[in-house]
Write a protein that binds this ligand. Structure first.
Ligand SMILES: [Zn+2]
Length: 87
């Protein structure tokens, strides 16, 4: 059982799916993973111990504090993947 998770991963996945229509890049599963991975490298990880039920409220908190930075990272990552798509 996983005892810890990087909340940034969950947050970035949510943000991507949320902004999918506005992202000026292919959003197939491969490009999605590439964009999210690139964006995650730009941001400090936020590991938390996971206990049932707590995780989502922590992600929400993180989202409030880091939305602007995360969006910038996501947009830059999409631009890079668009230039060199791997699919
Ligand atoms: Zn693609």
């Amino acid at each position: 059982m996983t005892a810890y998770r990087n909340m940034m991963e969950i947050f970035m996945e949510q943000l991507f799916d949320d902004r999918k229509d506005q992202i000026d890049c292919c959003t197939c599963p491969e490009c999605r993973s590439d964009i999210i991975a690139l964006a995650l490298n730009q941001l400090p990880p936020r590991y938390v111990c996971t206990h049932k039920g707590e995780l989502l409220s922590k992600v929400e908190q993180l989202a409030k504090q880091n939305r602007a930075d995360a969006l910038t990272a996501l947009t830059q990552a999409a631009e890079r993947v668009k230039e060199f798509p791997r699919h």
